[in-house]
Design a protein around this ligand. Structure first.
Ligand SMILES: Nc1ncnc2c1ncn2[C@@H]1O[C@H](COP(=O)(O)OP(=O)(O)OP(=O)(O)O)[C@@H](O)[C@H]1O
Ligand SMILES: [Mg+2]
Length: 290
């Protein structure tokens, strides 16, 4: 009898404990679910803020880039005015000779030509910029000429590139149409070029970034390679981790982790990094063709 009573008591206690633990577990689970949701939304916010930063970089780069042709056009216009004044005076005084007149006219034509070419360059830059900026805010799939699109992205970054005396080379099929999310492509390429400019070329004189693409086994292979300082063996695996950076003061360490998410999740592709110290760093991105 005593044994059964003990047994019953023990069972009740056990049931109580199980119930208690189940409650605790379910509360822990609820807390975890809340924490997970908040982590996810923090991650979304980070991706959003990185997008905004990329857009900010784009704006700064384009403003800088447009300044050059506009400055040249302004100088051209002031030369044009000067030459026109000279001709006017000479004609008014009736002293101008035919050859001098023709020379002055040639100088007018030369200045007009400079102005036109530089204004066209500025307006082309603006067009590229508009396209890419729109793509970054609304990233629906559409068919692009991949070569031309990459060229447009490169041109929005060219002020920073030329400032550092670095050359960018693009190679691939110039006629290839590609159905993709252009804004995502722009973000990916911008992150890689930005990284090469920031990390690769500290003491490199003849800095080069080579961007190439080809279709292979129904995949689009996009490669971005620089001939910079490279990444040490043990650190290559870390570069895609969020917050991994060797430039704590300047970088957040999010660039390549965002790139990883864009390639694997938005575009269903793969990305691999190869690097040799003091030689080169190469990112290879494989994207399925739809
Ligand atoms: N082309 C490269 N050459 C050498 N090192 C590189 C190159 N690209 C990336 N790295 C290394 O990988 C690290 C991580 O890059 P990631 O873009 O994720 O962050 P970050 O550039 O440091 O900061 P952020 O992009 O947030 O401004 C860099 O800090 C750098 O050490
Ligand atoms: Mg970066």
């Amino acid at each position: 009898m005593g044994l059964f009573a003990d047994f019953g008591k023990a069972r009740d206690e056990l049931e109580e404990k199980v119930e208690e633990r189940t409650k605790e577990l379910s509360q822990t689970y609820k807390k975890l679910a809340v924490a997970f949701e908040s982590l996810k939304s923090t991650q979304d916010q980070l991706v959003e803020s990185e997008k905004m930063a990329a857009l900010g970089n784009l704006v700064a780069g384009v403003a800088h880039e447009i300044n050059t042709p506009l400055g040249i056009a302004v100088t051209g216009a002031s030369n044009l005015e000067h030459s026109a004044q000279l001709i006017k005076k000479a004609v008014e005084s009736g002293k101008i000779r035919r050859t001098a007149f023709v020379n002055q006219c040639n100088s007018l034509i030369g200045s007009s030509d400079i102005i036109l070419r530089n204004l066209e360059r500025a307006s082309e830059l603006l067009r590229n910029f508009q396209r890419i900026a729109v793509d970054q805010s609304n990233d629906e799939k559409r068919t692009i000429n991949f070569f031309k699109y990459l060229n447009d992205i490169i041109s929005t970054l060219s002020s920073r590139v030329s400032e550092k005396n670095i050359k960018i080379f693009l190679s691939g099929d110039e006629t290839l149409p590609l159905l993709t999310s252009p804004g995502t492509i722009a973000q990916i390429v911008t992150i890689l070029i930005d990284n090469a400019l920031t990390h690769a070329f500290k003491e490199i004189i003849n800095g080069q970034i080579k961007i190439s693409f080809k279709v292979q086994n129904e995949m689009l292979m996009l490669t971005v390679q620089d001939n910079g300082c490279g990444i040490e063996v043990g650190k290559i695996e870390k570069v895609f981790e969020p917050f991994y950076t060797t430039q704590r003061q300047k970088g957040s360490g999010l660039g390549l982790s965002i790139l990883y998410n864009l390639v694997t999740q938005s575009l269903n592709g793969k990305v691999t990094c190869f690097s040799t110290v003091d030689e080169s760093t190469q990112f290879v991105i494989a994207l399925p063709l739809d």
